[in-house]
Design a protein around this ligand. Sequence first.
Ligand SMILES: Cc1cc2nc3c(=O)[nH]c(=O)nc-3n(C[C@H](O)[C@H](O)[C@H](O)COP(=O)(O)OP(=O)(O)OC[C@H]3O[C@@H](n4cnc5c(N)ncnc54)[C@H](O)[C@@H]3O)c2cc1C
Length: 412
Amino acid sequence: MSSALGITLPEEIVALQEGIEAFVKKEVISRHEKHHALLSDPRKKFTEDGRYAPEVVALIREIRMASAEAGYFNMITPESLGGAEMGSLAYYAAWERIFHTCGAHNWLCVYAISHWAFGPSPVLTKVTDRARDEILEDMMAGKTSMCFGLSEPGAGSDAAMLKTRAKPEGGGWLISGRKIWTTNSPQAEYCIVFAITNPEKATNKQGGISAFLVPTNSPGFQIESIVKMHGEIGGDESAIVLDNVRVEPWQLVGELDRGFDIALYGVSLGRVYNSARAVGTARWGLDIGFDYAAKREAFGKTISEYQGVTFPLAESATEIHAAHLLGINSCMLLDQGKLAIKELSMCKAYSVQVGVRAIDQVIQTHGAMGFTNEMGLMDAYHALRVINVADGTNEILYKTIVQRMLKGDMDL
Ligand SMILES: Cc1cc2nc3c(=O)[nH]c(=O)nc-3n(C[C@H](O)[C@H](O)[C@H](O)COP(=O)(O)OP(=O)(O)OC[C@H]3O[C@@H](n4cnc5c(N)ncnc54)[C@H](O)[C@@H]3O)c2cc1C
């Protein structure tokens, strides 16, 4: 990592960062350069209905498979599933380096290692033996992927408001309902679908929600539409309709009525990922910002001579350094077997806010240049603004922090 850190990272994590940086340069950045026309032109990147074009899906798959081949893809996957189980600090350090190296232009970097919701992750320790036999080998090889269907049109932060229902039928269940915002769903082979299995328990917030592994080609599973996020003519999130989708007992993930345990299993990794994404992307932005300020001239001097330009950058650099320390500390706690609920909530809420602020300062430093597609700063702004909502909004994270502190967890 950098000399700004007072702690020494374990040798294997330093080696991992160097290795992953070389990997993304070789396998991700080179593909962006080679396929620039496809990846940077929304009319080529997406099909008419808003999905990634088949050539883009093929590139995503190629990167996942190259990463599996190079030994990075399954770094977070538990050893019991055949992964490297390197732990949260390694996951944080790897993602931070990936985003710092790739910036906003090389967006395929999000496939450089397995994302907890799309590929092999600790969540898969909860699937049945039969499901593991059917899906694990191809998913670990990067050939297939999955998505995480929790949110619904009427259930976001308050996931207990789910309406999707799994009704018992002939020894299995029939699932009906709707999902929305499900990332990676347009091309995923599987979806982990959350559905009510016991309405009474669900109403009383005593469980009653179960998770199921559903192949996305199951009869009744339909991508109704692609959600087009700001400025895009397509997207990676979709609205899904489930119409009497049949699932068997082998498709149950974890225990019946205890689906939220599965969601919580992945959510900390999602928070680690997003915190690292914010810090890595902001560092990429600050590198550009300081460089530009040192070169751009106005009124007979470089703009780095003006404190109005540099002090906001210094402020952001300080905040990003603090976020980086929060990330490392939270992950060290997780690796010690602690839940670190308060610390990780602080880390994610803080990192994504200071991350988006840093990119905003860098845009301002660039004047009109800051808004060009060429710079990619607006893409970075968008990517970091969105993660102020995804994987737990800032407000829900503050709510969690308050709950912990009111219960007496006052350690800071
Ligand atoms: C890019 C992106 C990708 C996503 N991918 C997935 C995915 O793959 N799978 C999936 O299941 N979901 C996904 N989501 C959905 C995401 O989990 C939800 O957006 C998130 O949980 C918030 O829910 P909501 O958008 O419905 O907002 P709401 O819950 O409706 O909240 C609206 C506002 O009210 C605030 N609020 C709500 N309750 C409280 C409270 N008690 N106290 C204070 N403020 C409160 C929120 O913080 C927010 O500001 C994704 C979202 C985005 C943006």
